[in-house]
Write a protein that binds this ligand. Structure first.
Ligand SMILES: C[S@@+](CC[C@H](N)C(=O)[O-])C[C@H]1O[C@@H](n2cnc3c(N)ncnc32)[C@H](O)[C@@H]1O
Length: 280
């Protein structure tokens, strides 16, 4: 089969399975197998693909047709222009989370700060921040030991000056000193709503990274309460939240003496992140 025939085959299979990005995904799968940029494949669609690669391609298309995210199939995801290793134990880094990184980089550019990333997963937020804030340093914690080893690997590859440490720990229990900035993309989905998530999320992403308890606020509250104790005076807390949680989370923050200074919305105008300052 040539590249065009294979891309069309993959695209048809994925479309039948209800994958909206069927053509793109088919092209990406082929480009990963051939280790060649998509664009280079598209200008030479008549190239013949050897039988072994054809059968690998078909296997991976099958996996994708069951809604398995490409990030888990290839064990990598681009975030903040860098390629992060991911596994089924880590959440797949989301483009929306880059909006939080982008704003924090603007706020802290050129400053030397100490950062805590709560629920670090692949380490994408902290590593993204530290690639820009080169004089700063940070600690990432997660209750999942497997994510912590992935985060360490990512830091080794992406942060040459090693200004970062990762620990297996839960926010409720940490005792690692005080911080200028605490960032977190905690699990924030109500337990009862997990069944409504897209299959690709529900079947493949770790529940521990999604489940925010009965009201979705279990871990968010823990992060806020602990931040009061471990933030420096006028330190900042950046929290990724669900769109419909803005009112409730703002209320908790205000009650705990935080002043909301930045509200980050995505391109659909959904609230994605609150950045607030401890005022005491
Ligand atoms: C939504 S994921 C975020 C992962 C990563 N920061 C990102 O943005 O892609 C939430 C992470 O929080 C971790 N987590 C859940 N409860 C926690 C707790 N009490 N303390 C620390 N980490 C926790 C989960 O294991 C998961 O890796």
């Amino acid at each position: 089969m040539n590249a065009l025939e294979l891309i069309n085959y993959g695209s048809n299979e994925l479309r039948k399975a209800g994958i909206s990005s069927s053509s793109l995904d088919s092209e990406i799968i082929l480009s990963k197998i051939l280790k060649k940029e998509r664009e280079k494949i598209l200008i030479n669609l008549k190239q013949e693909i050897d039988q072994i690669k054809v059968s690998i391609f078909k296997k991976l298309v099958k996996r994708r047709s069951f809604k398995e995210p490409l990030a888990y199939i290839f064990k990598e995801k681009e975030f903040w222009n860098k390629l992060f290793e991911v596994s089924k134990d880590t959440l797949v880094p989301r483009p929306e989370t880059e909006l939080m990184v982008e704003r924090l980089v603007k706020i802290y550019k050129g400053k030397k700060i100490r950062i805590l990333d709560v629920g670090t997963g692949s380490g994408c937020i902290l590593i993204g921040l530290l690639t820009e804030l080169k004089h700063s340093n940070g600690i990432g914690i997660d209750i999942s030991n497997k994510t912590v080893s992935i985060a360490k690997k990512n830091a080794n590859k992406l942060l040459p000056n090693k200004n970062v440490k990762f620990f297996i720990n839960k926010i409720e229990a940490i005792n690692l000193g005080i911080f200028d900035l605490i960032v977190s993309n905690p699990p924030y989905i109500k337990s009862s709503l997990l069944v409504n998530l897209d299959k690709g999320i529900k079947l493949y992403e770790p529940k521990i990274a999604l489940d925010g308890g009965n009201d979705g606020l279990d871990v968010i509250k823990k992060v806020i309460y602990k931040s009061v104790e471990i933030l420096k005076i006028s330190g900042m807390l950046a929290l990724e939240i669900g769109n419909e949680q803005q009112f409730e989370v703002s209320k908790i923050l205000t009650k705990k003496n935080f002043r909301i200074e930045h509200i980050i919305r995505d391109y659909r105008e959904n609230t994605r992140c609150l950045i607030s300052r401890l005022t005491r």
